[in-house]
Structure formats: C-alpha cells, structure tokens
Design a protein around this ligand. Structure first.
Ligand code: FRU
Length: 497
C-alpha cells in the first residue's frame, strides 16, 4: 500500500528532479535525486540489478525526517532513479526511516530492514529519537511495511544498552542459510558496542550478543557497522562518531575504521588485530558493501562529512550528497586495499599518455584537462636536484584549484580544497602517511574526478583520500609542479557515461 506520505514524496521528487540540470550533478556517482542524501542503504542485488537506497530528505537540501531514496544500476556507475522507497508513515517510524540493509528472501521478495525512529521527550526536557528495527517487504519498486514492526526494540538488547543509540541493522546471510544482523548500539554514556542477532527467517530475531565493545578508545557511537569476510579474513568496518585526532591517519570528527581480526564463532566475539582508517580524506562516511555475482567485495560510502555538509548549502541548492565510487576491497598481509570498480575502465575515453615528462616548476600538458577524469601517474627523481614537494592541481583556472600534494621528506600525501571557491571556514585539508616505493623511491597515484569530487588511491590502494568541492565547472585545468627535478609518467582518460 502506498501511503499519503510516500505518494507526496514521490510526486515531489518527480517534479523537482526535472528542474535539475544533469550537468550540475556527478556523472557516475549516485547523488540525491532531489534535496538531501546521507548514508547509502540497502546496497544489494535484486532482479538482476544492483539496488542502492539512501538516507533521503527530498523536501530540502538538509537533513530532515528520513525517507529512503532508491536507484538501480547494472554496472554500479550508470544509476537510474526509482521512486522513493520508504517514507516515515507508520507508528513505528513516525519520525524517520534511518539506515539499514536489504536482501532477497528465499520466497523471492526483497526485504528491507531499517531503523524506525520515534521522537520522545526525555525527563530533562530534551527531545530524542527512540530507535527500533523495522522491516518492509517488496518487489524492487514498492514496499509494504511489516504489520508487526518494530521487530527489535530496547527489550531485545543485552543489558546496558541505550534505546537512543540502537540503529543501522546490517543483514548477513550465513553459509548455512540462517541470518545474522549486526547493529550499532551504545551505553547511555555513548560508549559504543555492536550487537549481533540471529534468525532463521530474517523476521524473528533472537540471541542479541555484544560482538565488540569500544571501551572509550575510538570515538563514541560506532555507526553503520559491517562484518565482512575478505580474502579469508574477518573484517569489521564501522564509522565512529566524535573521533579525536591520532597520528596522521585519524582526524577529528566522525571518521571511519577498518578492523581486521577474528570472529570467535562460538562466543560471537570479534577480536581486532589491526585498526586503520578506511579513508583518510575529508568526505567519507557510512559504508555499505556487497558481494558481486563474480565474487568481488565492493564498498560504497557517503561522500560527505557530517560537520561540513550543510555549509555547502544555500537557498539555490537543489541536491546535496553523493556516494563514493564503488570500490573493490581486498586484504593482503592484514591490510585493506581499495580499487575503483573495474567497470570504470569501460568509461575511459581519449587516452593521453606521456612518458618521462620532466617536471621542474609548473607544467601543463596538451590534452590533460577535464572534470571527469581518471589519471594514473608515477613521479620519480629527475636528472639533477631531488624534488621535495610534488603538486597536482585539478579543477583549476586562474582563481581556483584543488590540490594533491606530496611532501617527500615527511612522506605525507595531502588533499586540499582551500582554493576551490569555498567561502566557509571548514576543514579544507587532510593528509595521510604515504611512503614512496621501497625499490625505486617513486610515488604512484590514481586520481579520479567526477565534476565535484576527488578520490585519490595511493600505495596500491592501501591509502585513499576522498573529498568533495563545488568549484564552477568551467575550471577544468590540470597542472603539475615540482620544487626540484622530477620526472613523471602520466596516463589521462576522460570518463564518460
Ligand atoms: C550515519 C547516521 C546513521 C543513521 C542515519 C540517520 O550517518 O547517523 O547512524 O541511521 O545517519 O540519517
């Protein structure tokens, strides 16, 4: 049944979408159809296509009562919008349908599991959301909310969990056909813990157990958790809120964490061995991953940052929020590697290949420009003076540029959007420790631009840096600069959908 609220959202997005110039959006990243997007949700396969839902407030380019937007794709890069899938329209989700996941049931229906929120007034007068898990069943287009929602409430939590932080259910089909569900939770003091439930039918859940506790180490609530098996390793991805800076890799704010360790199948406890950020850039949060039919693990995330997202908005903003490139994940030697999905290769056009280009001072190369580009570059020592800093400037004109900068002495790779045209006092720079190649001292990078986003893959994908910027599209220059004598191999492709 389609409720009045859902009908209204669908009519609204249909109308407003027509007013948006497609060139104002990313070309091959999914962006909010209209209004606001945050987390990707329900990333799954159904009916032979990839389905991607997202946290959605169609009526304004800022967060509000959460709906689920919906899109499908055959190659993870060309996205087709489908009508809004969920609206807050029942007693169990009156104030919002928060993040969740999706799967195909054995009977052929598509199951969505999400957090229904209902606002309440606390004894001290503050208004907060009570968070409970809910279901909806559908055919890939329309969804019926389960009449017995919510299916998991605070009463199902192991002792000590708060009903105000109980969200982001992540479904997993086990090899024996049973289901498990990982959810974010926290103590009333907001110390994170992740709870894992089990079920034989994905509807009735039981045996909620604490899989891991934060113990105050990494941020507060661990949002959007996922437990994956990649190359035989147990991998926990989660996005901790309220992190503090640590070394070069972890930045203040809501961040991302990848823990590689082992899940004790008896006790249900996860013991991490290695902790790393997933992405060291500015705009990366709330991952969702799937297994593709050919066996790859592909992760996607929200390419925004809670603390800065709204500062990009003004009264003319028609859409705000996009996902990252889908990235293939692999694990080697207890390290997570990311690579843009190989489907991106099919979008490559107009190859420009330059070998052993001397870079001393600033250099531009014929044919090397564009706002939808895929660049592969390797920088080595030139003939004489060793370079210390190497800069790639993109989305550049006389007044604008974003940069990817490498400081060889500090072994630090930075992305910077100070000169992107921003007028806000927000974070504009982020860095990650990136050593040069052990054997020949070279620096190799892959850089992808899609109109208003930058994704940098370094160290063979072990380090990534991601950010958005909203520079006028006419600024499409690319130049390179070294403060010594460098030599560069470069391949540049235009990316076209
Ligand atoms: C993460 C998050 C989730 C929540 C959703 C609400 O960005 O805070 O934990 O479900 O966004 O929109």
């Amino acid at each position: 049944m389609i409720s009045r609220e859902l009908e209204r959202a669908r009519a609204w997005e249909e109308m407003k979408d027509k007013e948006i110039d497609p060139l104002s959006r990313p070309a091959f990243h999914l962006s909010a159809r209209v209004g606001w997007m945050n987390d990707p949700n329900g990333f799954s396969r159904y009916g032979g296509k990839y389905h991607l839902f997202y946290q959605y407030h169609p009526y304004d380019a800022q967060w509000g009562p959460m709906h689920w937007g919906h899109a499908v794709s055959e190659d993870l890069l060309h996205w087709e919008y489908l009508p809004c899938a969920l609206a807050p329209d029942t007693d169990a989700d009156r104030d919002g349908c928060f993040s969740g996941s999706a799967a195909e049931l054995p009977d052929g229906r598509q199951l969505l599991i999400y957090t229904g929120v209902v606002e309440t007034e606390l004894p001290d007068g503050r208004r907060r959301h009570i968070q409970r898990q809910c279901l909806a069943f559908g055919d890939g287009l329309n969804y019926d909310k389960y009449e017995d929602n919510p299916i998991l409430t605070e009463a199902d939590l192991p002792e000590g969990g708060s009903r105000l932080d109980f969200r982001d259910p992540r479904l997993l089909r086990e090899e024996d056909g049973t289901w498990s569900l990982l959810t974010a939770n926290a103590t009333p003091e907001r110390d994170a813990r992740l709870i894992r439930f089990t079920s034989s039918d994905a509807v009735h859940w039981e045996d909620g157990r604490v899989m891991i506790r934060n113990g105050g180490r990494i941020g507060t609530v661990w949002e959007c958790p996922e437990l994956l098996t990649i190359d035989g390793e147990d991998v926990l991805l989660t996005c901790p809120m309220d992190m503090q800076a640590e070394g070069t890799d972890f930045h203040p704010g809501n961040g991302s964490a990848c823990m590689i360790g082992s899940l004790d199948r008896e006790t249900g406890e996860f013991v991490p061995r290695v902790l790393r950020p997933i992405d060291c850039g500015i705009d990366f949060y709330a991952t969702q991953s799937i297994r593709t039919p050919d066996g790859r693990t592909v992760m996607i995330a929200w390419m925004q940052n809670w603390d800065t997202a709204s500062s990009y908005r003004d009264e003319r903003t028609q859409w705000l929020g996009q996902t990252t490139l889908p990235r293939e994940l692999t694990v080697r030697d207890s390290r997570l590697f990311q690579a843009p999905v190989r489907e991106l290769l099919a979008l490559r056009r107009d190859e420009v290949r330059c070998a052993a280009v001397p870079v001393e001072g600033r250099v531009s190369l014929p044919g090397v420009a564009g706002r939808c580009v895929d660049l592969e570059l390797t920088v080595r020592q030139g003939r004489d003076k060793m370079w210390r800093c190497f800069t790639v400037a993109l989305a550049a004109d006389e007044t604008h540029r974003i940069t990817v900068e490498y400081d060889r002495a500090k072994e630090l790779l930075s992305i910077d959007r100070t000169f992107s045209g921003t007028r806000r006092a927000i974070v504009h720079r982020a860095s990650a420790a990136v050593p040069t190649d052990e054997k020949d001292g070279a620096l190799t990078l892959r850089i992808i631009l899609d109109r208003c986003s930058l994704e940098v893959f370094a160290c063979g994908g072990e380090k990534t840096l991601t950010m958005t910027y909203y520079t006028p599209l006419t600024a499409d220059g690319i130049w390179f600069e070294a403060d010594g004598d460098a030599e560069m191999d470069l391949v540049r492709y235009a990316l076209e959908v």
